[in-house]
Design a protein around this ligand. Structure first.
Ligand code: NAD
Length: 418
């Protein structure tokens, strides 16, 4: 397989293998740190109103739980695969280790198109998923959260399903994060990833001599992460000049009204057709003439085909694994800085950790407390990575060295490695 054809799992395996080389790990150590602990595929049956009973494939992967229970979102797309979920779970292991929360890496997937039916139908699918994976989730095992295609409403149904199946109003400990605030969710979780992306961009701009307030920004994906990041970066004075999603793109050289765009997207399911800008080909978003590019949609969108056409000076990986290894090399040679996903989008899992502790302690945090801690942790983590960089290092290499090193330290401390 060429670097060009690599999917999420191959990219994740490539990155950890490169890291093992830099850290001088043996083959046995590499296998221990990179092989998933558990990969589960379950078939869930459910009956949708007015439809034949059908079945849905679901996946749960617990990649590594050395540093704590596995943490990672639920991806719901019609094409999700066990390998994709494994790659994403592996990324979560490094992300949680890097941002310093006591979790390991996990992820789950539901092979279903959330746009194909009503909210009620989606609820049935989520409840089937919860029944199917019941023995694989729990506060000490794996704690899911929203990812692409799932949201806080779905997390509320998971919590309800778990608590009522044991005849209780609440769960003992935190089974799921990203819940509605009224059900024990935490204020600011929905915005945490997008805001964290911008806090790390701000740090990068300060250190790289860029002025965030004068920057022109292009964003791919206008869901949870992309829309919040766009709205937040505009508050810092930047102009969002182009946005694309799965259906289309929109551009405006003197800056889009991103709040109006978010409202339009909410009502129409896409940014396509937004009257406040000019339509653009969604596939051109990576090549827009801008200072900062935020891929916040799917994986493997920066490839050997388009990397040499990127004009941005800084790429902030809001999405997981948006850059293939081949593109990574090209962008490095072009001296384009990349804030790697395990650092850039770690704000979501950090605030999930706050939700986990809040629920365990029956405590309530204010928005100011949550945002203050998020800001502080994102900046500290960025600083730690940046300070550890030596000439010729990429941020991804250094972030991976620290993250894999921490998991190895945990394995030694437990006695899992001789
Ligand atoms: P979402 O479902 O809310 O939004 C996804 C967006 O991507 C939508 O605008 C969709 O139209 C767009 N999109 C989908 N396929 C596309 C394509 N082929 N080309 C262009 N655009 C496309 O998802 P989200 O929660 O915003 O997650 C986005 C990315 O961020 C994912 O890679 C996810 O794993 C990652 N991430 C999310 C969180 C979180 O807290 N939600 C945390 C860390 C990482």
């Amino acid at each position: 397989m060429t670097k060009q054809e690599m999917g999420i799992l191959n990219t994740a395996e490539w990155n950890v293998k490169q890291t093992a080389g830099r850290l001088g790990l043996t083959d046995t150590q590499l296998a221990w740190v990179s092989e998933p602990r558990e990969r589960v595929e379950i078939t869930c049956a459910h009956a949708l109103p007015d439809r034949e009973p059908t079945h849905v494939k679901v996946f749960v992967v617990r990649h590594n739980d050395t540093l704590g229970p596995s943490k990672g979102g639920i991806r719901m797309t019609p094409t999700v695969t066990l390998d994709e979920i494994t790659g994403l779970a592996m990324e979560m292991t490094w992300k949680t280790a890097l941002v310093g929360v006591p979790f390991g890496g996990g992820k789950s997937g539901i092979c279903y198109d959330p746009a194909s039916g009503t909210d009620r139908e989606k609820e049935k699918v989520i409840r089937s998923f919860t029944r199917g994976v019941a023995r694989h989730i729990g506060p000490e095992i794996y704690i899911p959260a929203p990812d692409m295609g799932t949201n806080e409403r779905d997390m509320g149904h998971i919590r309800d399903c778990v608590s009522y199946s044991s005849g209780k109003s609440i769960t003992q400990g935190c089974f799921v994060t990203g819940k509605p605030v009224i059900l024990g969710g935490i204020v600011g979780r929905r915005e945490a990833t997008g805001k964290g992306v911008v806090y790390s961009i701000q740090e990068a701009c300060d250190k790289l001599g860029m002025d965030i307030s004068k920057s022109r920004v292009a964003v791919q994906g206008f869901g949870n992460v992309g829309s919040v990041a766009a709205i937040e970066i505009v508050k810092h004075g930047a102009k969002v000049i182009a946005v694309a999603d799965h259906l289309g793109g929109i551009e405006k050289s003197d800056g889009l009204d991103v709040v109006a765009l978010a409202e339009y997207q909410n009502n129409n399911g896409s940014v396509k057709g937004f009257p406040g800008g000019t339509p653009m080909d969604k596939d051109d978003i990576m090549e827009v003439d801008c200072d900062i590019l935020i891929p916040a949609a799917v994986a493997s969108v920066l490839t050997e085909d388009n990397a040499h056409k990127v004009k941005a000076k800084l790429i902030a990986e809001g999405a997981n694994a948006p850059t293939t290894p081949g593109a990574d090399e090209i962008l490095f040679e072009k001296k384009i800085s990349i804030i790697p996903d395990i650092l850039c989008n770690a704000g979501g899992v950090f605030v999930s950790y706050l939700e986990y502790t809040q629920e365990t302690q029956r405590e309530q945090m204010t928005l100011q407390q949550v945002e203050g801690r998020l800001d502080e942790r994102m900046r500290e983590t960025f600083d730690m990575v940046f300070k550890a960089m030596k000439p010729g290092d990429s941020m991804r290499q250094v972030a991976m060295n620290i993250a894999v090193g921490r998991v190895m330290d945990g394995m030694y401390a437990r006695g899992m490695l001789p």
